[in-house]
Design a protein around this ligand. Structure first.
Ligand SMILES: NC(=O)c1ccc[n+]([C@@H]2O[C@H](COP(=O)([O-])OP(=O)(O)OC[C@H]3O[C@@H](n4cnc5c(N)ncnc54)[C@H](O)[C@@H]3O)[C@@H](O)[C@H]2O)c1
Length: 286
């Protein structure tokens, strides 16, 4: 029997973690947001406040509702304290398999046996991450999209040993969050990122090979396919480091046709990671 979810911990207070925390707090679920240093937590809560203030300006929520949402988000740098009394932990730290496994090992030692573990990984194997714990039946992928507070989809990834009951429970939770859950068996990149990577990486190659300029490629895709953002705009928005990690993982798992274009590695080496560093394929109001 799985307990009703009324308190969760989100580990990693970056782009995704702060947005995921907001999504839960908005539906009256308490959240403890965790990061390695207070400054990352401060950045995370600032992002949440900024979004709530915009929602007030647009008349979507009141100041009081915003205050109540904020009261439900607690901050912590202590994993053990943060995971006391939670029924679910969602991991949203950097896309690095070893870092995630180390974290899940530690979580496994401090959380009680009933706690469900979910990873927001963009592409990594859920079964492999689950094997770092003693609870693979209570381990799944919960893949939110950016920004979590606006995007309706959550891919629900079943690992080899994830129980059906846990999947059903989390699918129901997604409905409570106002999201649509799409279940998928484990495969590198799942559904969306497998297709997205091929599309974006081809765009990088078109640019790199001088077929057309990035601005023209973005315009062509927006007008020709009715996409809200072109491939370079979208990559900057997601983060070029995140895209590179996805590409490297897919290449390793599926072969050299998935190899990341050189231009992407070059920009990441230069620290140009997209909007979050104010420069990626494009420059943003420095
Ligand atoms: N950015 C996207 O568009 C997107 C979309 C879907 C899924 N994801 C996935 O979500 C995850 C997070 O991505 P992001 O873009 O939010 O990254 P980010 O770099 O913005 O944030 C990661 C945060 O994790 C913290 N962190 C690192 N190691 C930690 C640890 N051991 N304990 C606690 N905190 C730790 C960092 O300090 C940082 O604040 C990744 O797995 C990524 O692949 C990203």
């Amino acid at each position: 029997m799985i307990k009703e979810i009324n308190k969760i911990a989100v580990i990693g207070s970056g782009t995704m973690g702060s947005g995921i925390a907001l999504v839960f707090a908005q539906v009256k679920i308490e959240v403890v947001l965790v990061d390695v240093e207070q400054k990352y937590l401060d950045d995370g809560i600032e992002r949440i406040k900024k979004f709530l203030n915009k929602s007030i300006e647009k008349g979507k929520i009141t100041q009081q509702e915003s205050n109540e949402v904020l009261k439900r988000v607690m901050l912590s740098t202590n994993l053990e304290e943060a995971t006391k009394d939670v029924q679910l932990v969602i991991e949203a730290i950097i896309e690095n398999e070893e870092a995630k496994k180390d974290l899940f090992k530690e979580l496994d030692s401090v959380c009680s046996d009933e706690v469900i573990f979910a990873s927001n990984t963009s592409a990594l194997s859920i079964s492999s991450l689950a094997d770092a714990t003693n609870r693979p039946s209570k381990f799944l992928g919960m893949h939110f999209f950016n920004p979590p507070q606006l995007m309706k989809l959550v891919e629900i990834i079943k690992g080899e040993k994830t129980s059906e009951l846990v999947i059903d429970n989390i699918v129901a939770l997604c409905a409570r969050l106002g999201k649509t859950a799409v279940p998928s068996n484990e495969a590198p990149g799942f559904i969306v990122n497998r297709l997205l990577w091929s599309f974006l990486n081809e765009a990088y190659k078109l640019f790199e090979n001088g077929v057309s300029d990035k601005k023209f490629i973005d315009t062509a895709i927006k007008l020709g396919l009715n996409h809200p953002m072109g491939p370079f705009e979208l990559s900057d928005y997601i983060g070029l480091d995140v895209m590179l990690e996805i590409g490297k993982y897919l290449e390793e798992q599926l072969g050299t046709s998935y190899k990341p274009a050189k231009i992407l590695s070059k920009l990441v080496d230069e620290g140009k990671l997209g909007k979050k560093t104010k420069e990626g394929f494009y420059i943003y109001g420095k």
